[in-house]
Design a binder for this molecule. Structure first.
Ligand code: ATP
Ligand code: MG
Length: 140
């Protein structure tokens, strides 16, 4: 049974020129791209996306970073896509991320950590809907 999750290649990774390497990692590990677009979030859009974190001390800095340049938002599909994507990303803090994970390979620090991935089915649904109308998600 296929599952959907939202992935974001954050502005730090886009600036480093590693979109291709990140997408290749997903494809090599059995995740398919079901939707994809380039976005440059406004501060307001970034704050909306990360609203669950609004009480955290890093909220302003995080949302400034997320609106600092272009990002790539994708819907990934595959069996266990939510967990598989989290596994490929590695720990939030790249200093703790396992060797070979996307954050170990490409992150700068705990904030500028290259990628985002939904953490549960309910957040996947709301995060996907934040960026993509149902009709823009291909069936694969
Ligand atoms: P994401 O939600 O982006 O997939 P995550 O689930 O591993 O990452 P969360 O705890 O949900 O991490 O935090 C969301 C994002 O906020 C992190 O990816 C990171 O960019 C930023 N962040 C988390 N903790 C910190 C921190 N202590 N200082 C600065 N930024 C942080
Ligand atoms: Mg999270």
């Amino acid at each position: 049974m296929s599952e959907l999750t939202l992935s974001i290649i954050k502005p730090d990774a886009v600036a480093k020129g590693v979109i291709g390497e990140i997408v290749a990692t997903f494809e090599k590990n059995g995740l398919k791209i079901a939707a994809m677009k380039m976005v440059h979030l406004s501060r307001r859009e970034a704050r909306g996306f990360y609203a669950v974190h609004r009480e955290r001390p890093f909220f302003d800095s995080l949302t400034d970073f997320m609106s600092s340049g272009p990002a790539v938002v994708m819907v990934l599909s595959g069996a266990g896509a939510i967990g598989k994507n989290r596994e490929l990303m590695g720990a939030t803090n790249p200093a703790e991320a396992a060797a070979g994970t996307l954050r170990q390979r490409f992150a700068t620090d705990i904030e500028k950590n290259a990628v985002h991935g939904s953490d549960a089915p309910e957040t996947a649904r709301t995060e996907i809907a934040y960026f993509f109308p149902e009709l823009d998600i291909v069936n694969r």
